[in-house]
Design a protein around this ligand. Structure first.
Ligand code: MG
Ligand code: MG
Ligand code: MG
Length: 312
């Protein structure tokens, strides 16, 4: 059955049934939720067909999971706990109803993992699929991008590079199972709870380590020195890079949709958080990458909408 043969309200009813307790608030003019303790966090992120995914690459479940994970990651990156999600979908009328239900299966799976409630949303018809999720969260001590100080250390919460390795596998039709898994099932990083009490600044890696370090440094009005020899690189990224004759260090520096956390710590907090020490914050407003005793030149910092092409 195609969406064109079902009414909008029929579809909403199906979605509500599908989500069960995760969607118990769906159906009123707006979602009514209790106030948070501490600071309220608000974020939104969209997955656009052709820009972020292709139907040939991702299953509907994977699209749904990714849409939730990317928003959860933004909440976790501020040291927050994710709470409610609003899901706005743009869908072609020719899309099978089962495709939409399977996207919600993915969203439900990811939402359950983080105890997020899908509290409402919107449906509209359009030429390509757009999954736009808005999410709320709460934090007692939010960690912003802007708190890094010269002399702080720079850490990354877990090894990186796998997401780009997976994307390269899809582009070059290579079957490296772990790399593909990393691209198809990105995971937000729950280590944020152990990091947030100590971090002076934090950001999730969605555009690429270097690009997001740039955002953090701009917001904090500082620079950074990265010791690329110390970058924790995922094994699957090493394998794919060497199979394609590419450079795993560049993967680690530019891989987006990683959702690892990049954060800064004052010296006295070193050793108290999970992660890998990869550099330091400097007062000189410039990012320097040291690699094998030399300064590394990286032409592009990572993915930028309107100027980069991702899915081709
Ligand atoms: Mg975005
Ligand atoms: Mg972010
Ligand atoms: Mg984001």
């Amino acid at each position: 059955m195609r969406l064109s043969s079902l009414s909008e309200f029929g579809l909403i009813e199906k979605i509500r049934k599908q989500l069960g307790s995760v969607g118990k608030r769906i159906g009123d003019d707006c979602a009514v939720v209790p106030p948070v303790k501490g600071w309220e966090l608000l974020t939104t992120d969209a997955l656009v067909e052709g820009t972020h995914f292709r139907r040939a690459w991702l299953t509907p479940e994977q699209i749904g999971m990714k849409a939730i994970e990317s928003n959860v990651s933004d909440v976790l990156s501020k040291g927050g706990i994710p709470k409610y999600a609003l899901v706005s979908l743009v869908l072609p009328a020719s899309l099978p109803v089962s495709f939409v239900m399977r996207m919600y299966t993915g969203m439900k799976r990811a939402a359950k993992k983080y105890h997020v409630e899908i509290a409402g949303g919107n449906l509209a018809e359009g030429k390509q699929i757009v999954v736009s999720v808005a999410m709320t969260g709460e934090a007692s001590k939010p960690v912003l991008r802007s708190g890094a100080k010269p002399g702080d250390f720079l850490l990354v919460s877990r090894p990186v590079g796998g997401a780009l390795a997976g994307l390269r596998c899809l582009q070059r039709k290579k079957r490296f199972k772990w790399a593909l898994q990393r691209f198809l099932y990105p995971q937000a990083d729950m280590r944020s709870r152990k990091i947030a009490p100590y971090a002076t600044a934090m950001i999730d890696i969605s555009d690429g380590l270097l690009a997001d370090l740039g955002h953090l440094c701009d917001a904090s009005k500082v620079g950074a020195k990265v010791y690329a020899d110390n970058l924790p690189i995922e094994e699957c990224a090493q394998q794919v890079a060497s199979a394609l004759g590419e450079d795993a260090v560049r993967y680690a520096l530019s891989s987006g949709e990683e959702y690892a956390l990049l954060y800064t710590l004052p010296e006295e907090s070193l050793g108290k958080t999970p992660g890998f020490l990869i550099g330091e914050i400097t007062s000189k407003k410039k990012i320097q990458i040291r690699y094998q005793g030399r300064n590394l030149r990286i032409p592009s910092r990572g993915y930028e909408h309107f100027t980069s092409s991702r899915s081709d």
